[in-house]
Design a protein around this ligand. Structure first.
Ligand code: SF4
Ligand code: SF4
Length: 385
């Protein structure tokens, strides 16, 4: 054993407060909220961790001496130590857990605005989003109706509002070079990422978002995808790459609220105000209803509160607090608590498969009219903010 038993015999094993185990059916995910990493271990480790922390190390380790599990317990403790997830302490009460809460300054935190042939009145929309304190906006252009020039004007309108970041999806214009798209990204500080669909080839161009050589600045990227993204139906894919790297804020938001719809307001291509453009419930049209008025309506916030602990299958998944969720496309369209249709993960086997190929999902795929091309690998670039 790498830990010196004699040295820790009178100490307690303490999982760091920012490392939170989430038990799934087959695996346990220990979410490191500071390093933004996930350590996957067998699900039995969840109870093992609780046991190892329940008394002094000398006492808890004694139980395994000479048993078949002794070496596994040693390896597990070593693994936690190598990942800086545990401490050995004399008084665990001095290390309370992080309070489970999530707060945000505004009424709304993020918005999706879809654009097809008709470009909405963005000056009016941004002014209303500012009133609600909205911080992040995703603008999805499904056709040439939203040109790069028009998108530049729209980004200018977002300056000096509460909006801190914009994600943009545009249709590829064959008259515009990749360099121009990259310069467009560089020129607009609010723009965090640009996805260009219907491109001749898949490619990603990245640039540092800060100045100087500071590697801690996140990079910004232009992603070209061959796939045509021509409607809201492409949204909602859940894959390994779409899981949210855990932080204190995202983890507890994901635990207590809906990972996609909490704090969200959307405007679909027809101007209808919704929880998300793919949902049928409309709370009025932006031409005649204000976003503030819509958010205050009856059950607008009902979806915000549906957490993964309430959803079939997901409630047994170790990724449930780092997964965005989708309430618009469901395995069972008649059950608003059923698993997201576009997820290929099976928490009972711990395996990911291509969701669109599952025979069990074909009926729901037809029901929603989801394009055949929506395989996970093709469409991961369109994900709700
Ligand atoms: S992920 Fe699903 S619920 Fe969220 S915006 Fe997309 S379609 Fe709507
Ligand atoms: S959608 Fe559900 S089953 Fe799929 S990864 Fe997310 S929490 Fe797990």
């Amino acid at each position: 054993m790498t830990i010196a038993r004699a040295e820790v015999a009178n100490l307690y094993l303490q999982l760091c407060a920012d490392c939170i185990p989430v038990r799934g059916a087959s695996r346990c995910a220990i979410c490191d909220l500071t390093r933004h990493e996930i350590l996957l271990v067998p699900s039995s480790c969840y109870e093992l961790l609780a046991y190892l922390s329940s008394d002094r190390m000398g006492v808890v380790l004694q139980r395994f001496v000479g048993t078949p599990g002794e070496s596994f317990v040693e390896q597990f403790i070593e693994c936690l130590r190598e990942n800086d997830m545990i401490m050995f302490v004399s008084d665990p009460s001095l290390f309370p857990p992080i309070a489970e809460r999530w707060e945000a300054p505004g009424v709304v935190q993020n918005a999706i605005i879809d654009v097809d042939d008709v470009v909405h009145d963005f000056e009016r929309i941004f002014s209303q989003l500012d009133e609600l304190g909205c911080q992040f906006v995703q603008i999805r252009g499904f056709s040439s109706g939203l040109s790069i020039e028009r998108a530049g004007e729209i980004l200018g309108l977002a300056c000096h509002t509460s909006i801190e970041g914009v994600e943009l999806i545009l249709q590829h214009d064959p008259n515009i070079s990749d360099d121009v798209y990259l310069r467009f990204l560089e020129a607009h500080s609010l723009l965090g990422s640009l996805t260009v669909h219907s491109a001749p080839a898949d490619a990603t161009l990245t640039m540092a978002s800060g100045t100087g050589d500071d590697p801690s600045w996140p990079s910004k990227w232009v992603r070209f995808v061959r796939q045509r993204i021509d409607s809201h139906r492409h949204c909602g894919v859940i894959a390994v790459s779409t899981l949210t790297p855990p932080s204190v804020s995202t983890f507890f938001e994901g635990k207590l609220f809906n990972g996609c719809l909490n704090g969200k307001v959307s405007i679909d291509a027809g101007g209808h105000i919704k929880n998300c453009p793919s949902m049928s419930n409309s709370y009025g049209n932006i031409a005649t209803t204000t976003l503030t008025g819509a958010v205050k309506m009856g059950d607008f916030k009902r979806m915000w509160a549906i957490s993964k602990d309430q959803i079939q299958t997901c409630k047994d998944c170790e990724f449930r607090y780092v997964c965005s969720d989708c309430r618009a496309y469901l395995e069972n369209p008649d059950d608003s608590y059923s698993k997201p249709l576009k997820c290929g993960y099976d928490p009972y086997s711990g395996e990911w498969t291509e969701w669109s190929a599952s025979p069990l999902k074909q009926q729901a795929i037809r029901y929603y009219g989801i394009p055949h091309s929506d395989a996970t690998s093709a469409i991961e670039s369109m994900n709700a903010v």
